[in-house]
Design a protein around this ligand. Structure first.
Ligand SMILES: Nc1ncnc2c1ncn2[C@@H]1O[C@H](COP(=O)(O)OP(=O)(O)O)[C@@H](O)[C@H]1O
Ligand SMILES: [Mg+2]
Length: 252
């Protein structure tokens, strides 16, 4: 069942909050090294699914395997080993406003590694340079632009050299040009650092420029409406909502 070119396997996942079933019996795989995009209308369960993938919530039913290891039923030690493979950027970015960019990244390294102060200093410079923020270590989040904040949050997500990066709506709040530049950064991170990247977004321009594979979730179906490469979904005639979304036509 589990192929070793998959880094994540989701099997029969059901997400329920009280009486509300958000997703029912959802299964999909994420390949090692790909940019995998989760799309779908507001309220269809994208963020909920992401929270389950990163272990913030436990599925109502179903299984999640990370590198073939059962994530849901893992013991504490295994679970912590898996969590160390994850880097996350939430929709809000989530930098600590009272800390400089360097301090934001240092906090992660101090908490989870045994690195010396000098090593942490070097790591901060390397991480900031890798997102195009060389020289900004002593800036506070309020002193930099929205696009730079996102870059800094990505640098922090990469602090522990994770295998998988999870981004929830990375381009939210950005103008189209800044958003396009962020897409380029995401493509570079994937190519240069060989990270698997899982992204929730409904920004079509971004989806078409960065994704290798996509799943489209749907509120009524409570599951995956369509799945495939951008090319496949642009030409998808089996469901007009899918076709219209990928061809930028208003939904029926
Ligand atoms: N912790 C929660 N408790 C109750 N309902 C929730 C919770 N999280 C999300 N929901 C509901 O689940 C549905 C999916 O939400 P969400 O995953 O945030 O969707 P999306 O990110 O696709 O907009 C929504 O109806 C939302 O109100
Ligand atoms: Mg959301």
């Amino acid at each position: 069942m589990i192929k070793n070119d998959n880094i994540i396997n989701v099997r029969n996942l059901t997400i329920r909050y009280g009486n509300l079933t958000v997703l029912k019996n959802v299964s999909f795989d994420i390949n090692k090294g790909e940019i995998f995009v989760i799309v779908g209308g507001s309220g269809c369960g994208k963020s909920s699914l992401l929270r389950q993938l990163i272990g913030l919530e436990i599925p109502t039913e179903g299984d999640i395997f990370i590198n073939g290891i059962d994530f849901i039923n893992s013991d504490n030690k295994q679970r912590n080993q898996i969590l160390q493979k994850f880097g996350v950027m939430f929709q809000s970015g989530g930098l600590f406003a009272s800390m400089t960019l360097a301090e934001n990244i240092a906090l992660v390294l101090e908490t989870y590694t045994q690195l010396s102060d000098d090593e942490i200093d070097d790591a901060i410079d390397i991480k900031l340079a890798s997102v195009g923020l060389k020289g900004f270590r002593d800036y506070y989040p309020a002193e930099i632009s929205g696009g730079m904040k996102k870059r800094a949050a990505i640098a922090r997500a990469m602090a522990l050299d994770p295998e998988i990066l999870f981004f929830d709506e990375p381009s939210s709040g950005l103008d189209p040009l800044t958003s396009a530049a962020l897409d380029q950064l995401i493509i570079e991170i994937n190519r240069i650092f060989h990270k698997t990247i899982v992204i929730v977004t409904h920004d079509l321009a971004s989806i078409l420029s960065i994704s290798h594979r996509i799943i489209m979730l749907d509120k009524n179906v409570k599951g995956i409406l369509a799945e495939g490469t951008p090319d496949f979904l642009i030409n998808y005639k089996e469901n007009m909502n899918v076709f219209n979304f990928f061809n930028r036509k208003p939904s029926v």
